[in-house]
Design a protein around this ligand. Structure first.
Ligand code: PEP
Ligand code: MN
Length: 352
């Protein structure tokens, strides 16, 4: 349910409606908008009588939200959510020249970096090149969810330190994956955006913990998840209080025998229609091979994505994970040229 306040409602009126919601054993979520505040109500196991709140001072309308996802729903918040990211901001160590980067606004955002943080030299080297070529955010896994327990598992805490140093040197904010709730504080100290990977999209303890973090959450769609399951995973994060969720389509399992996964681009305009959250597309994990990545990145932007996440390696042949899908630096530069040309045709810009 959504309680819409009058444009001239006072802060006290908003507070007293929130109090009434709590007294009804429900949870209020005030959502300030451009002209008015709305209060999302969650926690009801059965339909709530709208009449209980419709007559309260300052309330103009009470709307039933019928879909199971509430806080992610555009009916609750018609305006796009723009997630503001700054290098070092979340750990209270702002980095010179570090942003801000707005995700979900008019500018298309490019997140790039290696699959895994492999070494100091590799990460610092690729970060400097990516910055020069116009990337906005650096990615890199320190904790890696690998299919085989014998595959390279990431450098862990050491990898996070390297990422933080790459951020300090380049001003690029960092996104890196959180795999276990116990590592949350460690991740929070070193990165600016917490990634929840496809394999953990339904790890509800992890989603709840990320929901209590002050860091934005980059949530990847599970490889066999429906749109509703995806948005309910985002709802887990948001219902714990974290409003800064970025959705990422990264390919789903279908019957393709030529690509790693099938990039489900039709979910992009559908997500943009029914949620207010930013939507990023990861063509690298979907494709599994580098030659497909640039055309899919172009298609993602054309379909309305707010940006792309791509894997890039200075020497893909030597990459310790996902070598086949890593773009070379030359390919990354070519992709940036394409997106720069494409953006104005879509009334967007490629941020500088
Ligand atoms: C990643 O982005 O590092 C990753 C492991 O991707 P996914 O969770 O989509 O497989
Ligand atoms: Mn990867």
């Amino acid at each position: 349910m959504l309680i819409v306040m009058r444009t001239d409602a006072t802060a006290e009126e908003v507070d007293s409606v929130c109090r009434a919601v709590r007294e009804a054993k429900l949870t209020p979520h005030p959502i300030p908008g451009k002209s008015r505040t709305a209060i999302g109500v969650t926690g009801n196991l059965a339909p709530v009588d709208p009449g209980a709140f419709a007559g309260l001072p300052g309330v103009i309308e009470v709307i039933r939200v019928t879909r199971p996802f509430k806080l992610t729903n555009r009916e609750m918040k018609p305006e796009d959510t723009i997630v503001h990211v700054r290098a070092g901001h979340c750990s209270n160590k702002p980095v010179a020249g570090g942003g801000p980067v707005d995700i979900g606004g008019p500018e298309i955002v490019v997140i790039a970096g290696p699959c895994s943080v492999e070494s100091h030299e590799q990460t610092i080297g690729v970060a400097a090149e990516l910055k020069r070529l116009g990337a906005h955010i650096l990615r890199g896994g320190a904790f890696k969810p690998r299919t085989s327990p014998y595959a390279f598992q990431g450098l862990g805490a050491e990898g996070l330190k390297i990422l933080a140093e790459a951020s300090t040197q380049t001003g690029l904010p960092i996104v890196s994956e959180l795999m276990a709730t116990d590592d949350t504080q460690l991740i929070e100290q070193h990165v600016d955006i917490i990634q929840i990977g496809a394999r953990n999209m339904q790890n509800y303890a992890l989603l709840k913990r990320a929901g209590r973090s002050k860091h934005p959450v980059f949530l990847k769609r599970g490889m066999s998840s429906t749109l509703e399951e995806f948005l309910l995973a985002a709802e887990y994060v948001m219902s714990e209080g974290n409003r800064n969720v970025i959705l990422c389509e990264r390919g789903i399992r279908a019957f393709s025998d030529y690509s790693r996964f099938t990039l489900d681009l039709s979910i992009v305009p559908e997500l943009k229609r029914i949620t207010h959250l930013p939507v990023i597309v990861d063509p690298s994990h979907a494709a599994g091979k580098r030659d497909l990545v640039i055309p899919l990145a172009r298609a993602a932007i054309a379909a309305g994505a707010d940006g792309v996440m791509v894997e890039v390696h200075t020497n893909p042949k030597k990459a310790l994970s996902d070598a086949a899908q890593a773009l070379t630096l030359d390919m990354f530069a070519a992709m940036m040229d394409d997106l720069r040309l494409l953006a104005p045709a879509l009334h967007r810009r490629l941020g500088s």
